[in-house]
Design a protein around this ligand. Structure first.
Ligand code: PMP
Length: 404
């Protein structure tokens, strides 16, 4: 059971007003708010242990290094990875996917090869592949999305071939809320020896993820969407693959020995972490993961599913309401359109009532084209949201409707 009132007191921003109205924050898929313990961890790191990591022999540098490496181990444990060498700190999911696309393509992809993505990907799991496809000449194949907002699994099976070198897929759609059958996708791909990368930006904060149990070869997520700071994220990769992949960036930290003739690279994960890392970010991310674990991901998933079901039952009572994405397998996101009201008009007017939702294409323009819509209004939930806030959203939508 979630004690929402107690949890809300951990998040200072939830007590504020906007336009003289209590803030109703329903934009959690874009970024989550931060509990006081995460804010304190950042402040504590700068107040007491700030020093550059890894290269220093002095006390503070070692302490900061130990804390960063403990954070790496926390991430490893949180997602069920085998070793800390498989946990690469990045700036976020976007950088994780760019690193992956760049290094994987350089190591493994050539003309005639194919990479499979899906029709519901965020731009960060489309464009990095397009950039590399332009360089190496491989082709992108796209799994179609059904009217319900699910992946067409028959089409996916039919797409797999000897040419397929990687499947890169989102676990949860940031627009439709659909939870994709990632285990099934991985089994199908693995039965042909094809590795699978998973964009976990919208799954890790909401459902228990165990990369080993799933069998994912790569898994990416962002700290700021799981109550941690901005500017820190993770790419998990299976050691056997990471070892065969070249560095993404060059510089300090990622080398073993540099001469003008030849440079050798550091061991995993440092080979992929050029330059001073955001060690404060990783320390605070570990605090956020501890916070989430203390509540429990099963408890979180159950509560957020309840919120989602409640939101759908409330919103579908509004005449003219059209929910975009109707999969049974859903997590924490509800996208919708009402009558002919443009999503940005709806969002702007809801904002005046203190309700923060996101509107537009949600960095998934191909999915908007597939659905034949310009964008949606998206309400996305966290364990600190309440049914009363969903009532406020529903009343807000009714009010906006009356204005049109
Ligand atoms: N993938 C998905 C599914 C997302 O929802 C997002 C963020 N909207 C991203 C990737 C990109 O994450 P970030 O901006 O934190 O790099």
């Amino acid at each position: 059971m979630i004690d929402v009132e107690r949890i809300r007191r951990d998040f200072p921003i939830l007590g504020r007003e906007v336009y003289g109205k209590p803030l109703v924050y329903l934009d959690n898929a874009a970024t989550t708010q931060k509990p006081q313990c995460v804010i304190d961890a950042i402040s504590e790191a700068y107040c007491n242990v700030n020093a550059n990591v890894h290269r220093g022999i002095h006390f503070l540098s070692q302490q900061a290094t130990d804390m960063m490496e403990a954070a790496r181990d926390k991430v490893r444990q949180f997602i069920g990875a085998g070793s800390t060498g498989e946990i690469i700190f990045t700036r976020g999911t976007t950088e994780s996917m760019n690193l992956l696309a760049s290094s994987f393509a350089q190591a493994f992809l050539k003309e005639g090869d194919e990479v499979i993505i899906s029709g519901m990907e965020h731009h960060s799991n489309i464009v990095p592949w397009q950039i590399q496809a332009g360089r190496y000449g491989f082709k992108l194949k796209v799994i179609p999305v059904t009217d319900l907002g699910e992946l067409d699994m028959d089409a996916f099976s039919a797409m797999l071939s000897d040419k397929t070198k990687l499947v890169s897929i989102t676990h949860v759609s940031n627009v439709l809320g659909t939870v994709n059958p990632v285990s099934e996708i991985i089994s199908l791909a693995h039965s042909r020896g094809i590795p699978v990368a998973v964009d976990g930006a919208q799954s890790v904060p909401h459902i228990k993820v165990d990369v080993k149990e799933l069998g994912a070869d790569f898994y990416a997520f962002s700290g700021h969407k799981i109550y941690g700071p901005t500017g820190i994220g993770v790419l998990y990769g299976r050691k056997e693959l990471l070892e065969k992949m070249p560095p993404y960036q060059g510089g300090g930290e990622m080398i073993k020995r540099v001469t003008f003739e030849k440079t050798t690279y550091n061991e995993l994960p440092y080979k992929f972490e050029a330059g001073t890392p955001d060690y404060v970010g990783s320390i605070a991310l570990a605090t956020a993961l501890d916070y989430v674990q203390a509540i429990g991901l099963d408890t979180i998933a159950q509560y957020e599913n309840e919120l989602c079901d409640y939101a759908i039952s409330k919103l579908t009572q509004i005449p003219g309401m059209r929910i975009i994405g109707n999969s049974e397998h859903r997590s924490a996101v509800v996208s919708f359109l009402v009558g002919n009201i443009h999503p940005s008009d709806m969002g702007t007017l809801l904002d005046r009532l203190g309700i923060a939702v996101r509107t537009g294409h949600h960095c998934a323009e191909p999915l908007m084209d597939r659905m034949g819509i310009p964008g949606t209004v998206r309400a996305s939930f966290s364990f600190y949201n309440t049914k009363a806030e969903i009532d406020t959203l529903s009343a807000g939508i009714e009010r906006v409707k009356r204005m049109f």
